[in-house]
Design a protein around this ligand. Structure first.
Ligand SMILES: [Zn+2]
Length: 110
């Protein structure tokens, strides 16, 4: 998690190596995702998927490298108004570091 790796789009158009209208956009989606945390990545991919409509999850899975189930889960969470999703931390309470420590933002290691 320390290094920021940017996923390379695996959609057929990008894989073909040919220039196409969405190449830059696909790269920028992955660029943005590389700076987001886990749940934010899921929700962003879910939003993009919704724009595409039917089959969007599959396309977004190719572009982002996220699993289709992950994207579907993101859509479900958005549909539920992110109910139960913590607003200020990546993981649900109980997961991750034990409580008690002062919550400070981890410095981004680049
Ligand atoms: Zn692509």
């Amino acid at each position: 998690m320390a290094d920021v790796t940017i996923h390379v789009c695996q959609c057929p158009n990008c894989r073909s190596g040919q220039e196409h209208g969405d190449r830059k956009r696909h790269h920028q989606i992955n660029l943005l995702l590389s700076r987001l945390d886990e749940q934010q990545r899921r929700w962003f991919a879910a939003l993009e998927s919704q724009k595409l409509g039917y089959g969007g999850d599959t396309v977004l899975a190719l572009i982002t490298g996220l699993h289709v189930d992950t994207i579907r889960r993101g859509r479900e969470e958005l549909d539920a108004d992110l109910a139960g999703r913590p607003a200020d931390r990546v993981r649900n309470p109980g997961a991750g570091r034990p409580p008690g420590k002062k919550k400070s933002r981890r410095p981004l290691r680049i």
